[in-house]
Design a binder for this molecule. Sequence first.
Ligand SMILES: [Fe+2]
Length: 258
Amino acid sequence: MTMTKLSANLSYDGDMGLFRDGALVNFVPRYFKEIVPVLRKPDAMPADTVVYRMYRDTTLPNDAKTLEKHSLRYDITIIPPMVVGDEYLKTLGHYHPKAKSSFYPELYEVISGKALYLLQKTADESYTKVREALAVVAEAGDMVMMPPGYGHITVNIGDTPLVMSNAVEAKFKSVYQPYIDHKGAVYYVLADGKNFKFLPNASYGNNVPLGVVKSNFKKLFKITKPLYDEMVADPVKFECLVDTDKYNIPLGSLFSPV
Ligand SMILES: [Fe+2]
């Protein structure tokens, strides 16, 4: 087994395992039965199959105080390459709750593999009518901000495991129910040979065009190091994730059309 060194003294085994000092790091498994409500083909595999792993709060003990002081959390998620029915394997999907003036944002980083982040904004908190949908394709080293109010799913559109990290406010609880109620995101991402294609999800009352964009986040925030190293070195840079009054990034500078 070849191990790859990651930030925070973590090693990755190339499959679904993250290790530190030779020991497997604690993780939360996501079972197939939990994502069944958001799938097009809910009978694609046995209910107890672990479809992805969430390694939560993988901060080094030495750095924990720094991130805690700034109310930040760092997690890693590993999603294997898999087609489920006719869809690429995806996360359940969720929105974030409201903080002060706005909703909590979140920053993702692709460590290895190829991700498609599907973002959607609803007209109000009943989460029924979607008024905007964005697809962001990201590869190793890319960082993608989920702006306040945008629900999101992650899709592994590559042929290797998708290893990604996220930086987020430490304490809030995600809101999953709107995705369960609507059988997934506003679009399904289907496997199409080695490519992918989008299929509108008829469970939503309206059809909204999908903007395909790329992320400008790293340039915008002058990021030169992996996310973990940036957070530990300069947590103030990420304060808009926690204090939403300080979030002031126009959508047009965050993303560009491709
Ligand atoms: Fe999130």
